[in-house]
Each structure stands twice: as structure tokens, then as C-alpha cells.
Design a protein around this ligand. Structure first.
Ligand SMILES: NC(=O)c1ccc[n+]([C@@H]2O[C@H](COP(=O)([O-])OP(=O)(O)OC[C@H]3O[C@@H](n4cnc5c(N)ncnc54)[C@H](OP(=O)(O)O)[C@@H]3O)[C@@H](O)[C@H]2O)c1
Length: 280
């Protein structure tokens, strides 16, 4: 039986890597998938490829660049005008920048793309998710347990380090997700945070990094299919709790820092401050 028959799923970063593989698998399982992509040409190639391999796939395309809040606003408006319900929101898109880079909105690029964009999308689509019978938000994020945020320098302006700063955006998304999960009453929306792994998989994530890093990443990477299969698992498995953290298919315990109310409150406050002047 098709596991996602009749469901509407939104997958961000669907033009390549994990997002593309997840879109294909969701469509194979009967879902109607809205692919959110940044690059028009790559997106069209991805859609053509999917339709060639699976002529009955129900996929549509929306263009959105998360490094532009205008683009994000416009996509949210289009999506909410065209949909009355959303079953699965898969916040998959992410960027990795080798050097400190600012978006046109004046925010650090990875923070805006990897944290603020999924934060805004989730908040904006919560009312659509709540109309689903089994709504789920799947955030691709599982930062190293030892990592801590510097809440006085969320944008890493004082100290930028590609990997640390990248994972800090993932940590911010995790903390926000747990805060949201705890604030939702009842079992209305499942919030899932996961590193789908197992281990690194081949994708375009390090495309902007120096050649030796790209070479090494390729060397240690497995295929993306297993990670996509795990995302299908998060989308379809019956959970006992409304919020779950996974590494692969293994549930993970929250460490105390992820539950720290003061940290989560301060992150929310800083996030609101960052967006206050930019979001109408
Ligand atoms: N690869 C791994 O080993 C690994 C391991 C664990 C977790 N992950 C996570 O898996 C997720 C998918 O990454 P991937 O490895 O599949 O890499 P990927 O192939 O580079 O996919 C990332 C996607 O995000 C999109 N994206 C980047 N910047 C964007 C922006 N400003 N606005 C909108 N979309 C944007 C990319 O679009 P373009 O195609 O236009 O660039 C691409 O479709 C990420 O969250 C990553 O952290 C990856």
C-alpha cells in the first residue's frame, strides 16, 4: 500500500541530494509533493528527471531563495493561497559557506537559510498543518551534543568558522523545534528532528568548499537513498510522542542543554529581534 496516499508534502531544497531523493520516494508512495527550490534550471531538470522515472508522480514546483526574506514571503503567500492543508513539512534545505557571507537582508547566510527560513516556514504553515489528521514537521538537524550557542553573537560575526557556524544554525533549529514541540498542546503536530544518515551521504552540500574537503567528503560518503528512506520512516511511522529526535532510525535522548529553558527563551528573543525589522 502507498504510505502517503492523499497527503500533501512540502520538501525544501528539493532540487538535489536528500531533498530530491525524498521527493521521489514521497511521490512513489502516493504523496502530492510541492518541491521548493532555489535554482530555476536545476529545479526544472529535477522535475523532468522525476517525471521521466515516474510518469505518475504528483510533483509541483515553487521557486524560493531562503537567503531573501522577500522571496520567502512571496512563496508563503502563494502556498497559503493555494493550499488549505499541509500534512508534511520537510525542512531539508541548507547551505554551507566557507567564509562569512551576508544575505541581501543583512543576515549571516547560513543562519538565514538553515535556521530562520525553516523557523518562518514552520510558523507560517502551522495553521495548515493543524488541519491535517497526522501533521508532521521533519527538520533535518542533529548538531553535535557538545556544541553551544553564543547568544550574544548568533550570526557568528565575531568568530566565524564554517563547520561550527553551520552546526550552530542546526542547533538553533533544534532548540526552536523542541520549544515549539513543548508549546503545542495535545498531539496536534509531530515535530521531528533528525540526522537521517547513517553517516554522510553524497550531495551538493560542500559544493562551495575547497577541493580537498569536497574530495574527502566524497570519499567518506554513502548513497543518499538510505537517508531518504529514513525520512519516509519519519513521515509515516506511528510515534508515541509528539516530538522525537532521531539519528537514522534510532531515537535520541535530549541532553540537558537542549531542554534549557533560559537558552531557548533567549534564542527566541534574539530571533524575534533579528526578524523584527525585516518581517512585516
Ligand atoms: N550530505 C550529508 O552528508 C548530510 C548529512 C547529514 C545531514 N545533511 C543535511 O541534509 C540536508 C540536505 O543537504 P544535502 O546533503 O542533500 O545537500 P544539497 O544537495 O546541497 O542540498 C541542499 C539543498 O538546499 C538548497 N538550498 C541551499 N541554499 C538555499 C537557499 N538559499 N534557498 C533555498 N534553497 C537552498 C539547495 O539548492 P540548490 O540546489 O539551488 O543549491 C539544495 O537543493 C541538509 O539539511 C544537510 O544539512 C546532509
Amino acid at each position: 500500500m502507498e504510505k502517503l496516499q492523499g497527503k500533501t508534502c512540502l520538501v525544501t531544497g528539493a532540487s538535489s541530494g536528500l531533498g530530491l531523493a525524498t521527493t521521489e520516494l514521497f511521490a512513489e508512495n502516493g504523496a502530492t509533493v510541492v518541491m521548493v527550490c532555489r535554482n530555476k534550471d536545476k529545479a526544472h531538470t529535477a522535475v523532468e528527471g522525476i517525471r521521466h522515472r515516474n510518469p505518475t508522480a504528483s510533483v509541483s514546483l515553487e521557486l524560493c531563495d531562503f537567503s531573501s526574506l522577500d522571496s520567502l514571503r512571496s512563496f508563503i503567500s502563494i502556498f497559503t493561497n493555494n493550499h488549505t492543508c499541509l500534512d508534511i513539512l520537510c525542512n531539508n534545505a541548507a547551505a554551507m559557506k566557507p567564509v562569512y557571507t551576508e544575505t541581501g537582508d543583512g543576515l549571516e547566510y547560513m543562519l538565514q537559510t538553515n535556521y530562520l527560513a525553516p523557523f518562518i516556514l514552520t510558523q507560517s504553515f502551522l495553521h495548515l498543518l493543524k488541519r491535517s489528521q497526522d501533521p508532521r514537521v521533519i527538520n533535518i538537524t542533529l548538531p553535535p551534543e557538545k556544541l553551544r550557542l553564543d547568544l550574544s553573537d548568533l550570526q557568528c560575526r565575531r568568530s566565524f568558522n564554517t563547520m561550527q557556524s553551520f552546526y550552530k544554525t542546526k542547533l538553533a533549529l533544534l532548540l526552536h523545534s523542541l520549544e515549539l514541540a513543548d508549546s503545542l498542546t495535545g498531539n496536534d503536530v509531530s515535530i521531528i528532528c533528525a540526522d537521517p544518515g547513517p553517516g554522510p551521504f553524497d550531495s551538493g552540500l560542500v559544493r562551495d568548499m575547497p577541493a580537498p574537503i569536497r574530495f574527502f567528503k566524497k570519499l567518506i560518503s554513502g548513497k543518499v537513498d538510505k537517508a531518504a528512506a529514513n525520512i519516509l520512516f519519519y513521515a509515516t511511522h506511528s510515534f508515541l510522542r509528539k516530538e522525537t529526535i532521531f539519528k537514522g532510525t534510532n531515537p535520541q535522548q535530549r541532553i540537558p542543554y537542549w531542554n534549557d529553558r533560559q537558552v531557548r527563551d533567549e534564542l527566541r528573543q534574539k530571533t524575534d529581534e533579528l526578524l523584527a525589522d525585516l518581517i512585516s
